[in-house]
Structures are given as structure tokens and as C-alpha cells.
Design a protein around this ligand. Structure first.
Ligand SMILES: Cc1cc2nc3c(=O)[nH]c(=O)nc-3n(C[C@H](O)[C@H](O)[C@H](O)COP(=O)(O)O)c2cc1C
Length: 134
């Protein structure tokens, strides 16, 4: 299966998750600023990462436009989601999951971390990897 991790990160927490996920899945992690939506056409599985920004929202300058174009064109891909958050309770991820599903996206798994990659719940993380690998 051909897969890729695409992420946005300001202070490096989501980037650290991207690197760990890509390493464990054996694929590349690429910053969203270095890829266009059309580039994902050849991948079977796309794993997207963005932290909670705004008020429980996706980062709206770079990542949200990418995601909106992606989901409008490639909702048939297997999709994984991840990201870091701070003071909230993960609401942005619940909203994001609902958005993917409402647009017909094949959501496979998601994982969040309250901080960097070391803050992921290990059993939830193994479950996330297993789902993406199956
Ligand atoms: C402008 C801004 C808005 C944020 N909004 C939220 C939020 O709504 N909920 C939340 O839990 N954390 C929020 N945070 C905290 C970030 O999600 C958190 O610091 C995260 O680890 C940043 O990830 P990064 O290091 O990948 O950029 C916000 C941070 C910033 C700078």
C-alpha cells in the first residue's frame, strides 16, 4: 500500500507525531507547504496531521485550504488523522472526523496528543497503527 503523512505544525508537536507515525508505517512525512493536492493522487492512504488552532479549528491559512481541496477530490482514499492540542479536550479532532465522514471520506483511524508525540496514549497509538496497516 502506498501511503504518505502530510502535516502542518507551528511549534513542532504535530511534526514530532508525523515523524513517529511515518517511521512506524514506513512512509514519508512531508510538510503541507511542500506538496500540492494533486500530488496525492498516486497514494492509497493519506494520513493528515494538524494541531488544534483558532477555536478548536484546523489551521486556516495553509492546512485548511489543502484539506478542503483534498477531501473534495480524494475522499475515496483511506484517511488517517492526527494532531496535537493544548488546553482543549480534543474537540477540534472530533469536528474534523465528523467533517471527513460528512464528505464521504473513508476515515480509518485518528490519534491526538496533548503535547508532542511522547504524549500519545500508547495503546491507542498501537490501535491507530494497526487500523492503518489493515
Ligand atoms: C493560535 C492558537 C490557537 C490554539 N487553539 C487551540 C484550541 O482551540 N484548542 C486547544 O486544545 N489548543 C489550542 N492551541 C494549542 C495548540 O494546539 C498546541 O500548542 C499544539 O501543541 C500546537 O501544535 P504544534 O506544535 O504542532 O504547532 C492553540 C494554539 C495557538 C498558537
Amino acid at each position: 500500500m502506498k501511503r504518505i503523512v502530510i502535516y502542518w505544525s507551528s511549534t513542532g508537536n504535530t511534526e514530532s507525531m508525523a515523524e513517529r507515525i511515518a517511521s512506524d508505517l514506513g512512509c514519508d512525512a512531508i510538510n503541507v507547504s511542500n506538496i500540492s493536492v494533486d500530488d496525492v493522487s498516486t497514494y492509497d492512504e493519506v494520513i493528515l496531521g494538524c494541531p488544534a488552532m483558532g477555536a478548536e479549528e484546523l489551521e486556516d491559512d495553509e492546512f485548511k485550504p489543502f484539506y478542503d481541496e483534498f477531501i473534495a477530490n480524494y475522499s475515496d482514499k483511506k484517511i488517517g488523522l492526527f494532531g496535537s492540542y493544548g488546553w482543549g479536550d480534543g474537540e477540534w479532532m472530533r469536528n474534523w472526523e465528523e467533517d471527513v465522514k460528512s464528505k464521504g471520506g473513508a476515515l480509518v483511524a485518528s490519534i491526538i496528543a496533548n503535547g508532542d508525540a511522547s504524549e500519545m496514549d500508547e495503546s491507542l497509538y498501537q490501535d491507530f497503527l494497526n487500523k492503518l496497516n489493515s
